[in-house]
Design a protein around this ligand. Structure first.
Ligand code: COA
Length: 333
């Protein structure tokens, strides 16, 4: 299996500080192949959740080694009751009974998320066979936001002509308020820093610096103001994050257009973090780059969570899953 140069770089970093990543979809052969590849490349310790006998049979049939891979069958795990008790304690005020909690643990996304909460794993990659909502909901309920009251959002890394960009939010917050959009921008900038991408953030719109007027633009202008205020705080003062808006996409990434449309902007023409005004724009935008533009797309991965839990596209192949495990390892470092 040949990895892209971008993922090879992440794998090399992951190998320096090995993390344990849980893969709850052990019934899916793409996930099993990815686990085999991850263990072979020795950049993470994969834990597969599923029926041990079936998984072993599949590995034997394919001729894959199980070395470096742990298999856990949640129903038979000695931790099942402990996780259910913990979940009950966390969710009883929400009306969850002890029986509900135990039942919930037979959902492997919940069991895997409880493993992270209990420090039995460092991160999780799921979603090859589940919707984004089913993958992400346990993480929102159990792992929760790093900062109280702040929304968790998501990012993609898009690599075009060997240049990596962060796109956000393309998958979680459907119609962010101005404050949420500002938080998305600041969190995406930190994601960029985590992956050695320059944190030059463009707040995208269909207007550049007042070239058009509409309430949808007003939201982006307000979010830009709020994000700039955050970046002036002690926490971000020395982060190196540069942010500007509102900018059209061409003014954000093309220096010739930027010189005409936003000559005084510090980041216009060299933005590497693109913040979309809502999930419609973000989701369509990343798929355009991937499906028509031929760019590599990695994600969506969550940002702003206490520990990494990441979603896969249901169209993901084993190679995509390996890439997402590498991304998750870096987030866990
Ligand atoms: C992410 C998403 C699944 C959450 O929706 P949901 O499951 O209906 O969530 P709920 O409103 O029931 O909330 C569940 C919990 O998560 C929390 N939550 C929801 N969204 C959150 C966010 N963005 N950040 C932090 N917490 C969040 C809620 O506060 C709630 O916590 P609580 O139960 O402890 O009170 C929803 O925003 C969504 O569907 N987004 C779009 C996903 C999608 O289709 N993407 C396109 C394909 S990639």
């Amino acid at each position: 299996m040949q990895q892209t140069a971008f993922i090879q770089g992440l794998i090399a970093k992951a190998q320096k500080n090995i993390k344990t990543i849980v893969l709850p979809e052990g019934e899916d052969v793409r996930v099993l192949e990815a686990a085999y590849e991850v263990a072979k490349l020795q950049f993470a310790r994969p834990i597969i959740l599923g029926d041990e006998a079936k998984i072993k049979t599949c590995f034997a049939e394919k001729g894959w080694s199980l070395q470096g891979i742990e298999i856990i069958t949640p129903e038979k795990s000695p931790k099942l009751q402990q996780y259910a008790d913990m979940f009950y304690e966390m969710r009883k005020e929400k009306g969850v009974s002890k029986e509900d909690a135990l039942k919930q643990m037979s959902n492997y996304n919940y069991f895997g998320t409880m493993m992270i909460k209990s420090h039995d794993a460092d991160g999780m990659v799921s979603g090859a066979a589940h919707s984004t909502a089913d993958t992400v909901r346990p993480a929102l309920q159990i792992i929760k936001s790093k900062k109280k009251g702040r929304s968790v959002s998501s990012a993609f890394i898009i690599v075009s002509d060997n240049v990596p960009y962060v796109f956000s939010d393309c998958a979680i917050i459907i119609d962010p308020s101005a404050q949420e959009l500002a938080d998305i921008a600041v969190d995406a900038a930190q994601t960029a820093i985590q992956f050695d991408i320059e944190p030059n953030v463009a707040m995208l719109s269909f207007s550049t610096k007042g070239s058009a007027k509409h309430e949808k633009i007003d939201k982006v202008v307000e979010a830009t103001k709020l994000a700039k205020q955050q970046l002036e705080s002690e926490e971000y003062k020395n982060s190196g994050i540069k942010l500007d808006g509102e900018l059209q996409l061409d003014a954000a990434v093309d220096s010739v257009v930027a010189a005409k449309k936003a000559p005084n902007s510090e980041i216009a023409g060299k933005a590497r973090v693109l913040i979309f005004p809502d999930i419609n724009a973000g989701n369509i935008g990343y798929k355009l780059c991937q499906r028509i533009g031929g760019a590599e797309a990695y994600g969506p991965f969550l940002q702003g969570l206490n520990a990494p839990v990441n979603d896969l596209s249901r169209g993901a192949n084993a190679q995509d899953i390996v890439g997402m495990v590498a991304i998750t390892c870096l987030q866990a470092q």
